[in-house]
Every structure is written in C-alpha cells, then in structure tokens.
Design a protein around this ligand. Sequence first.
Ligand code: CA
Length: 757
Amino acid sequence: MKQVLLFLSLLLPAAGAAIAQDGRAPADLVNPLMGTDSKGELSNGNTYPAIALPWGMNFWMPQTGQMGNGWAYTYDSDKIRGFKQTHQPSPWINDYGQFSLMPVVGMKVDQNARASWFSHKTETARPYYYKVYLADHDVTAELTPTERCAYFRFTMPATDSAIVVIDAFDRGSFVRVDAARGRVYGFTTRNSGGVPANFKNYFVIEFDRLPDFHATWADGRLRQGDEVAAGHAMGVIGFKTPGGGVIQARVASSFISEEQAGLNLDRETGGKTFEQVKEEARARWNDVLGRIEVKGGERQRETFYSCLYRAVLFPRMFHEPDEAGAPRHYSPYNGQVLPGHLFTDTGFWDTFRCLFPLLNLVYPSMNAKIQEGLLNTYRESGFLPEWASPGHRGCMIGNNSASVVSDAILKGVTDPALVVELYEAMLKTANSVHPRVRSTGREGFEHYNRLGYVPYDAGINESAARTLEYAYDDWCIARVGAKLGRPREEVQLYEARGQNYRNVLDPETKLARGRNKDGAFQSPFNPLKWGDAFTEGNSWHYTWSVFHDARGLANHMGGNDRLVAMLDSVFRLPPAFDASYYGGVIHEIREMQIMNMGNYAHGNQPIQHMIYLYNHAGAPWKAQYWAREAMDKLYHPAPDGYCGDEDNGQTSAWYVFSALGFYPVCPGSDEYVIGSPLFTAATIHLENGKKIKITADGNAPGNRYIQSLRVNGKEYSKNYLDYFELLKGADLKFRMGDRPATTRGTGPGDAPYSFTK
Ligand code: CA
C-alpha cells in the first residue's frame, strides 16, 4: 500500500505539489481585486478583476463604470451594471470588442436602470470564478471562464419577469434572437482604434432553456422583431421563474465569424456543466501558477500568486482553432483571416523589461507561440509591434520589440525556422517608422542613425529617452546578428550604435540630458523635470536605461563608487518634481511623491531595474536592502496593493522575480541579477522537467542580507545567475542575516554582464 501511494504521488502534476501549507492552492491565494482601488489621478494598479484563463482570448469582469469608461471596475463603486467580456489592457488604452450580460428582474434595460447595488462582502473573486449578489434584483450571478467562452449561472427570485439583458454596446452593433433554439447571436464593432474597418467581435449565447419572451432594443427604443442592427443594439431574454430558479447561459465569441463563435462554444463548453468548466478553469490556474511553489508568510504568498496571475494574463491569444484545431486569426493589421498564432494587448515599453524574461524562464512554450505571432504581425503589417491592442496603437516610445524578439532567440525559445525572418523584421523596424502609427518602428531613426542620438530640437518628443532605448535595442540586434553569423560590418554597426547612449550622457551633471542638433546639451536643464527629453520620468529615472552597459555608465560617472553614490542619491533626494511639461501632475508623479522613497518611482517602468545595478558596482548588499524594501512597502494583496499602473504583467513580474531572489536587468543577456529572496523556500518547475530549488536559511523580515550563497553545493560569489545553467536544474542555497556582507560579491568577475569590459 505504501508503495502504491508513493507511486501515485509521483504522478501528481506540479500543481499537486504546490498546494500551500494551509491547504489553499495557488489559484485560491490570488486576489483578482488587487489594484482595483484606483482612479485617473492615483493608480494603485489600475487593474480590474480579470476572470479568465491564462493568456485567454476573452476576459470577463463585473462592470461598475459607465459604458466606455476605462475605469470599468473600481473598488469604491456601489453598483454593477453588467458582466462584460473585455479585452482591455489598460484604462488608458481602453477596451475593444466588448459586450455584456446582466440579469435583472423586470424590464430594466438601460445601463443605469439595470445597475444594482452590491457589496464586496457578498462578492467572491477568483481567477477562475466570480460570484456576486445583485441586491436590487435579488439575483446571485456566477461566472466561470474558458479561453474564449464563459459559463454564466443566474439564480433568480420567484418572478414572472426574470430577464437577461444582452448589451452589444454602442458605436455599431447587432443582435438576433433565435428563441426556438434559446440562442442569441450578435456582434459589436466597438473599439478604441487600431483596427481595420471590418473589425467585429461576433458572439453567440446559448441558454439552458427556451425563453418565455424576448425583445430587441435599438438606440434605447423597444423594437418589433427578432433582429436589430443599430448604433446601440440590445437583446432581452425573459423567463418565468415562479418558484425561483437557475438560468444558465454559455457564451462564446470570435473575431473571425459567427460560425467560428459557434465552433468555440462547442469546443470549449459543449456537453459540460458549470461545475465542470469551473473545475477545469481552477485546475488550469493551479497548473500555471503551480510552476512556482513558495513557502513563507501568508500575505507574501498571496501577493506572490496575485502578481503571478497578472503576469500570465497578457499578451492575450488572438488566434482561434479551426475545425481541425489549427490556429488561425483575424488580422487586426490587414483585416484578413490568416493561419497561425497571434497575441495582443501588451506594450513592450513596459513588458520587455521582465515580463518576457519571466515567460522565457518559466513558460517558454507559450512565448514560442507569441514569437510566431510577432512574426505574423511583421508579415501582415510590415512592422514588429510596440504597443498592440489589438492592432498597432500610438503609445509610448522605444523600439523594444528588438529586446522581446532577441531575448527569446538568444535563449533558444524561438522556433529556429523563424529566426532569420525575425532578424530581418528587427532590422526593418529599427530603420523605419510606421507611416500612421509613429510609435511603431523608430521615430527619429534618420537623425539617430546620422548623429548617434535623437536631437532635442528636431521636433521629436522625449528624445533622450528614445536615444537610450534605441541604443539598448541596437545592442540586442547586434547580439542576434552575431549569433546568426551575419556579416562583421553589420554586427559591428549595431554594436557601435549600442554605445549611442553615451551621446546623451552629460559630462557636467553625469546624468542623461537632451542634446541639440549642433551637439550642445539642452538648456536650461532640470534633472527633476518629468517628460520633455524623457518619457513619464525625469533624468534621475532614465539615466539608468543602459541595461547592457552598466560598466560604461559607471565609467562615465567616474567609477563604481560614483555610480553607487548616484544610485543612493535617487533615494536621498526629496520627492521633488517639475510637472510643467504635462501642465499638471500626472498620476505617475503623484505615486512617486507619496511613497516616501525619495525620487525612486517604482510605480512606473523606467526605473524598475535600477535597484539591481548596485550589483554591477560592487555593492550587492544595497540591492538586497532596496529590493526587499520595495517588495515590503510597495506591494500587498489588497485593492490598493500596487504603487502605480500594474501594466500588463510588468510590475507584477518584478515582484515575482524579486521574491525569488533575482531579476533580468538586461534581457538579451543570459543573466539574472541577484537580489534578496523573500521566501524561505521556493521551487521553479521548468518546462524541461528540471527544477530550480531556492532556499534561504535564516530568512526573516529583518534578515534581508545575503551572507553566503551556494549553487549546486559550491560557494558562489557572483552577483548573477546564468540562464543556461539554471535550465539544467539548480540548487540555490542562500544564508540570510541582518547585517550586510560587504565582502561578498565584490571581487573581479562577480559583477553581471556589461558590454564594456
Ligand atoms: Ca506605467
């Protein structure tokens, strides 16, 4: 019997092993409401509860905001007006292809008339399940997702007018009721830009019983007939539930066609009960989240899995399986239906930093599909994306697709058959700019290629930030060029351009600074001024954007000690700012100001790797101190749990990496830079079957400093770990203490990668 049990336990998937000490599985440690206590002026995450599967094509959410409001679920709201299928990556980018269902009693159809009071005390939010009591209708609503569908369960009171309102939203929609089959078809064309004229999200809803009555509405008016095409189409399905009763609905959609929506409905929910779909969704989440097991404090585990949940939502899959199961997609670039994978809803300015490196380590098979999708984007639009939702969107700066593509190629994640064309795509994207969407490609590439920087006075905004990011992107391209054996001159050209960051480093202040066409640095210069030559940050935030050459940056500043002093200054400065570029305080500034961490602005992305640069300058204990400080102060598993926009997994992936004890400062290099492990034990179950085991003896809130590290049994003084060594499986034994070990990690060869030797 003992032997049999042992054998069974070996068969358990990773998730089985990942059940936490208190019996709660990872999916049940997630708080999807983390970050939802947000508003335009102050972001504690700017998230919404995404009830979805990992990377799912459709997310579902309770909608509290008015139609079109990007703050579609805010924690301080009192009323829910529907359950929305959403594809929104950020309130600033807003939604597309959205429609909603809302159970009501009586003919309350309009979004204000149907809205119902609710309480968080009657709300259950899990990644795989959402339940809430809608007080004004005395209805309990539940939903559970698949990748492209959802299952709804509405427990109705005794009434002759139990109604489900199907709102296809305004700006062009269609609804058709097929009462004989208990089905409703429709589509919405609502979007926020970045789609061809033929964009539609087709939906099909199948109820588990035939309706007793139904109606359609066009632009607020009740209509005769089963079908309505209007600016704003709605359908109403009514039931008599004399003793109270449960109404269930299965909902699917497709960006391809109504027929494909039906296919998605059958494939993902056909023949299944609500409970079956819910259990499958929970198991899927436990599998994906359970790839990383952690042992430690309960709040930290809740924060960790809430962050890991956010890190595996975006980019969403935009492809759909055909009859034979092969992926195909509606192209948001050219409007055609084409074979292959496609993903969307991520901004690389945010997510190149550590979200994609997390995928490469823990979920490489998913990133292999994403990379195929990036190549499809290039084939369909002539460019790699920078901010896709679902097509190219004008947002942020940089050409950081080069980082996302390079890191995957260099880590062996990308299908080798696609690498040459992806390299070609990087070269094209680095030397041109999209004719309509200027943030795709490289705005100012002509200046940059000629002068070695984007001039401050060339009418191109945020020019120093662009120069810094383009230079890093060029280093990424050079790395891939070298790997592919491209001509020497070509590799050297991009290596040389990788040093262009030097052209915007000011010898006087040692900081990054805008530079005019004639070579003079921009004046007057206020390093605390946000925007202007920089993007959503100031010079003190952006100077560190030399991911690939911290040694070069240190040399510019006058050596390691100077680099350390400059890093220290960021925390020592008061949270002073100049917001004049924006004409007002943008939320990212406010989030820096209120955190009492000086000018350190973790709520926005440019500075998120900065703490780890202490490792490059021989002061690893300072990275350990500040990494733990940021984890402890800036994250907790509550509605106000982030310190700025979460941004599609990036700010969450920072916590995931940091809690494990290392961080990918420079995607495109093989290295993860060491910080301060948060848990006493963690295990990463790699897709290749190997494990990375991390233990931190003596770990405690006060014991944040590494006293020693043994890797695979050997004393290890380096401040970084090698990706390919980790892939073989690794045993990392940290010993933690309350005093900095100021001699560890300071020897020659202990510093992480820099281009400059
Ligand atoms: Ca941001």
